[in-house]
Structures are given as structure tokens and as C-alpha cells.
Design a protein around this ligand. Structure first.
Ligand SMILES: [Zn+2]
Length: 256
């Protein structure tokens, strides 16, 4: 086998490993990892050969957002529809797998929305401060396999957020397979009103930490009630990977 072919196969295999991790319904058959103890984030890279980037990568996520360069960025065009609520507890978070048909268009590339899930507290921090929670909308370019993840910070407000209620009222406490619950979910209603964003090139924030993610972190938070935030924390009080160095990467903020 020549070297080019080997490298192509290797990179395809790494993408598949990343993709399997993104969509997997249960990670029980996958190398076990956690957010604390001897399988916690500082040990992920040593748990399995395919997790090496978690320790050795130079473009890892999340990061602390600070000193971003303000530039004119292209808009993120959200083309979100409705989805059946295929909500489940995968052992690391609460995840919703979405029906086909929702996507973002970014830099003239269509990234299909695959799933979204939650972290508590937020994984990205702003000037060292974490928000109560962070939601990740995971999109993929079917042609290249590259991911674009939209991150939104969730903070406590005075009222229950009705758009999120169908999810937060139905979070399974037991690990299990996706199951459609209740009526369809309006995905667009989950977004904030403003789409200004920070962006940088990074990784999955869970093993195998594949460095295939264009991160789009919205500047505007979404507000949930404290009891909604507490309902998630009852299941996952700390499922956030600590921040990693930005290193030589560009961190940009939409200046408009
Ligand atoms: Zn995530």
C-alpha cells in the first residue's frame, strides 16, 4: 500500500470513529470514559489508542473565549424545521436526534443537523466565566464529513422557556435508546433572536476528540428557568470538559 493511500484510509477511519461517537445511541459498547476520576478528561487520551488526540491534539475544544479578533464574518443561515422528539439519555448527556431536513448554510456549505445535546456547566467559558449550561447543535457536511457545531450558552432567567419545555419535561433518567416522545419539536424556537457569533477551528469535546469541528458559538444566550436548569443538573451536574489552550488558532468575533 502506498503512503497516500494509507493516509487516506487512516483519515477516513478517523472520521468514521468520530462519526460513530457523534451518532452512537449507547456508548456501552465503546470504550468507557467519564467526566471525573480515573476515566476523567485528563485521562481520556490514555484510555484507548483512538482517543490519542484528547491528550496530544493542538486544536482541541472547548476553549476560553477572550481577546477575539473582530472581523466581518458571513452569516450563519439557519434552515431549521420540525422534528419528532427522539430524546434519550446516552450515559454522558441528554441528546435529541433530529429528523432529516434541518440544516445550516455556512460559507456556501450546507451542514445537515444530526442531533443536539446539553452540557452543564457550559464547556466554553467567556473571560473565564462558565454559563449554567451549553447546548450543541451538531451539523455535518455530507460531502466532506466535516462538522459545524453551533454552541449556545444557556443562563437562568425569570421564566420557564416554553420552547425547551418539551425536552426538559421529558428527560429520561435511565440510559436508553432514542424514543419519540410527545408532539413535534420546533427547532427554530430553540435559537436566540440574534446570531452574532465567535468562531474557531476545534474538536469534539468528547472522545475521540477528533479535530474536525468548525465551532460557531453564538454570543447571545438563551434563558431558561432555574428549575429547568436544575432538572438537567439532577441528571448531569458536571458533564463539561475543561477548556484547552487556543494555541496558534484564530478566534474571531462577528463585528456587526
Ligand atoms: Zn457537546
Amino acid at each position: 500500500m502506498n503512503k497516500e493511500r494509507y493516509l487516506l484510509l487512516l483519515s477516513t477511519a478517523m472520521l468514521l470513529v468520530g462519526f460513530a461517537a457523534i451518532l452512537s445511541t449507547s456508548l456501552a459498547d465503546y470504550t468507557d470514559w467519564s467526566y471525573s476520576g480515573d476515566k476523567g478528561p485528563e485521562h481520556w487520551g490514555a484510555l484507548a489508542p483512538e482517543f490519542a488526540l484528547c491528550a496530544d491534539g493542538t486544536a482541541q475544544s472547548p476553549i476560553d473565549i477572550r481577546n477575539a479578533s473582530e472581523v466581518d464574518l458571513v452569516d450563519i443561515a439557519f434552515q431549521y424545521g420540525q422534528t419528532a422528539k427522539n430524546i434519550f439519555n446516552n450515559g454522558h448527556t441528554i441528546q435529541v436526534n433530529v429528523d432529516e431536513g434541518s440544516q445550516i448554510v455556512y460559507n456556501e456549505i450546507s451542514y445537515k443537523l444530526l442531533q443536539f445535546h446539553f452540557h452543564s456547566p457550559s464547556e466554553h467559558t467567556i473571560n473565564g466565566e462558565a454559563a449554567a449550561m451549553e447546548i450543541h447543535f451538531v451539523h455535518q457536511d455530507p460531502n466532506s464529513g466535516a462538522l459545524a457545531v453551533v454552541g449556545i450558552l444557556l443562563a437562568a432567567g425569570d421564566e420557564e422557556n416554553g420552547a425547551y419545555a418539551p425536552i426538559f419535561d421529558n428527560m429520561p433518567s435511565e440510559i436508553g435508546e432514542p424514543a419519540a416522545v410527545g408532539e413535534a419539536l420546533d427547532l427554530e424556537a430553540l435559537l436566540p433572536a440574534e446570531f452574532a457569533y465567535f468562531t474557531y477551528q476545534g474538536s469534539l469535546t468528547t472522545p475521540p476528540c477528533s479535530e474536525i469541528v468548525r465551532w460557531l458559538l453564538l454570543d447571545a444566550p438563551v434563558l431558561l428557568s432555574q428549575s429547568q436548569i436544575d432538572a438537567f443538573a439532577d441528571l448531569y451536574a458536571d458533564n463539561a470538559r475543561p477548556t484547552l489552550p487556543l494555541g496558534k488558532r484564530d478566534l474571531l468575533l462577528d463585528s456587526r
